[in-house]
Write a protein that binds this ligand. Structure first.
Ligand SMILES: [Zn+2]
Ligand SMILES: [Zn+2]
Length: 247
């Protein structure tokens, strides 16, 4: 299904009046009213800046290399990706966004990601045809109640007008927890985890949307499924990623 997101400014204001919006950094009601993040708190979030990995977008510590350590060691399936914040500076908020029901942070997060998408595209002709959120398993969706990547994709869509394909990609198998796996083990674990569906993907460029980028195994598995379904280009935007671990 294609979703075109729209919410008018008065509707959002009314929603904020009824439920005071909380800050994605300090979690207190945002001051001043109507803002999405406290001005002071926003300064604590660290934006990824040059030098960053040309492939996955991860923050590099020095400009000596073009690619991060993971990208030098392991070839990727996706074309390229960009990320908004360094993980450690945004970790607390992302945890509450995913596990504590703070869906409302998605408005601020999604707007930051939309800005990154426009900056990375470098012009209207390079904008993707569709946004595709990375799906979570049915089990996780049941326990969490929502897919945080879809929340982000919807806000990016509101800002950019690019439609969301929310059922183009499905997670078909539950996978093992990957925390202690090497990048190669992660890739193997996810090989058949995703499947792409529908005709909308074919010959179109896709922007995958997710909250966190780690080694790229999830993005590669998603990109693989989308290319198999005929996508012509698969890139991604994430909210946060770790800093390059160095050589
Ligand atoms: Zn705050
Ligand atoms: Zn990289």
């Amino acid at each position: 299904m294609k979703i075109y997101e729209k919410m008018t400014a008065p509707a959002r204001m009314a929603e904020d009046l009824a439920f005071p919006r909380r800050c994605p950094v300090c979690d207190r009601p945002v001051r001043p009213f109507g803002a999405l993040v406290c001005p002071f708190c926003e300064g604590m979030l660290q934006k990824v800046q040059a030098p960053f990995c040309r492939r996955c977008g991860k923050q590099l510590l020095s400009a000596a290399e073009n690619l991060c350590r993971d990208c030098r060691m392991l070839p990727h399936v996706f074309e390229r990706g960009r990320t908004v914040f360094t993980y450690h500076s945004a970790a607390g908020g992302i945890f509450r966004f995913k596990y504590k029901g703070r869906q409302e942070y998605g408005t601020y997060y999604g707007r930051c990601m939309a800005g990154k998408l426009c900056e990375a595209a470098g012009g209207p002709s390079r904008m993707p045809d569709y946004l595709v959120p990375v799906p979570v398993s049915a089990h996780r969706l049941r326990t969490r109640g929502y897919n945080q990547a879809l929340v982000l994709a919807r806000e990016i869509s509101r800002q950019t007008g690019i439609p969301v394909l929310d059922d183009a990609l499905r997670r078909v198998t539950d996978t093992l927890p990957m925390k202690n796996m090497t990048p190669a083990e992660r890739q193997n674990n996810l090989k058949k985890a995703f499947q792409a569906f529908g005709n909308d993907v074919e010959l179109n460029s896709i922007m995958l949307i997710d909250d966190i980028y780690t080694t790229g195994a999830t993005m590669d598995a998603c990109a693989q499924a989308l290319y198999r379904q005929g996508a012509c280009r698969v890139c991604f935007i994430t909210l946060a990623a770790g800093v390059d671990s160095g050589s």
